[in-house]
Write a protein that binds this ligand. Structure first.
Ligand SMILES: *Cc1c(COP(=O)(O)O)cnc(C)c1O
Length: 386
């Protein structure tokens, strides 16, 4: 059976050049970079080389990059580390209602320990208004955390504007940029963010590695204490395989970003237009323009998205109902619910996210297979009267 992978916002395949680069670290280059002897020396330089590649991609200084295990760790570190490190200033933070669970649930966790969180709403496009963030600022606000792009809708938020508001009030600003890093050019100096979270497996490195940009002078406590690794901000023997991989993935992203975004963007346009043309009663969710080039969240009215997901899967096509972390639940995602969509729409929403390896044949195959499946499900639906 043909296999088509349209779920790159959940995870991505490892780039062949990344795989090539990590092979020695799965065999002869096994040393601990903290060791003084030859085995340690042999690998140490590769950690710093990878750090330089990461820093270069986002225009940071290498000393401002900390390797982590994943995006979730980065989000936890940013939020818990900033709040715990700034207790003298206050216990309040601001975020949005559409953050990834790694942010959202961390906030909920902290509320149990007497921290206070303001969740800024979104409009029906799933966009936030920076003015709502300004209005939520209090004397004791320590942190603002807003994702760069939403994983379900692909919406890109006005990060530069928000960071300016944070700066005007002397508040630390964190952005979860997991869906943006490696896809879109990014300059932390221009954005003027204090902390930025990224995850390797979302841009063609393996799972189990991420990085954190922490601007010089920003006060953050470590989430994991122990050895002296990563400037004592993240203890634990370095994940050499992951670190080399994410460095290589950044290097590849820098070289290919422009071409890839154009190619994948065209495929996504073709898929999106094709579905809207061929299937009646479909709606695009998210902002009409300010969206990631690879993401399309489409509502198929009068159907349950899970039913379509399973039938597409039987034809070899992998898509998502939104957040992978909420799969299994039949409730529409909280991101779509917060946009106040017609329930007919939020129940039937599927996310198509494209990336490395997708071809025009994948798109054509999906456009051939999908419309009759939708028709079949709708015929069984008591809500569908056509
Ligand atoms: C995937 C994702 C995360 C979590 O990253 P992991 O590396 O899987 O822990 C956080 N935020 C966003 C926006 C994501 O898409």
């Amino acid at each position: 059976m043909r296999k088509v992978y349209f779920d790159h916002n959940a995870t991505t395949p490892i780039h062949p050049e990344v795989k090539e680069a990590i092979l020695p670290f799965l065999s002869e280059k096994f040393g601990n970079p903290s060791s003084i002897h030859w085995a340690g020396r042999e690998v140490r330089a590769f950690v710093e080389e990878a750090r330089e590649k990461v820093a270069k991609m986002i225009n940071a200084d290498p000393s401002e990059i900390i390797f982590t295990s994943c995006g979730s760790e980065g989000d936890n570190m940013a939020i818990k580390g900033v709040l715990m490190g700034n207790l003298k200033k206050g216990r309040h933070m601001i975020t949005t209602v559409v953050e990834h669970p790694a942010v959202y649930r961390t906030c909920k966790f902290l509320e149990k320990f007497d921290f206070e969180v303001t969740y800024v709403p979104v409009d029906s496009y799933g966009m936030i208004d920076p003015e709502d963030i300004r209005k939520a600022i209090r004397k004791d606000t320590v942190l603002i955390s807003v994702m760069y792009a939403n994983n379900e809708t692909g919406n890109i938020f006005p990060i530069k504007e928000i960071s300016k508001i944070a700066k005007e009030h002397g508040i630390i600003f964190h952005t979860d940029a997991v869906q943006v890093v490696g896809k879109v050019p990014l300059d932390v100096k221009d954005l003027d963010v204090d902390i930025l979270t990224a995850s390797g497996h979302k841009f063609n490195a393996p799972k189990g590695i991420g990085f954190q940009y922490i601007k010089k002078g920003v006060e953050v406590l470590p989430l994991i204490s122990g050895g002296h690794q990563e400037r004592e901000l993240r203890a634990g023997t370095e994940n050499m395989v992951g670190i080399v991989a994410i460095g290589k993935a950044c290097e590849i992203a820098m070289e290919t970003m422009e071409k890839k975004s154009k190619e994948i963007g065209e495929l996504k346009e073709r898929l999106e237009k094709g579905i809207l043309e061929r299937v009646p009663d479909t709606v695009i969710n998210g902002h009409p323009e300010k969206r990631l080039y690879n993401t399309s969240n489409i509502s198929f009215k009068y159907i349950e998205a899970e039913a379509l997901l399973v039938m597409l899967d039987m034809q070899g096509i992998a898509v998502s109902t939104g957040s992978a972390c909420s799969s299994g639940a039949t409730e529409p995602s909280y991101v779509l619910q917060s946009m106040n969509l017609d329930p007919l729409c939020s129940r039937g929403a599927l996310r198509f996210s494209l990336g490395l390896g997708n071809t025009i044949d994948d798109v054509e195959y999906c456009l051939e297979v999908l419309p009759p499946l939708v028709e079949k499900i709708r015929k069984m639906s008591p809500f569908y009267k056509k």
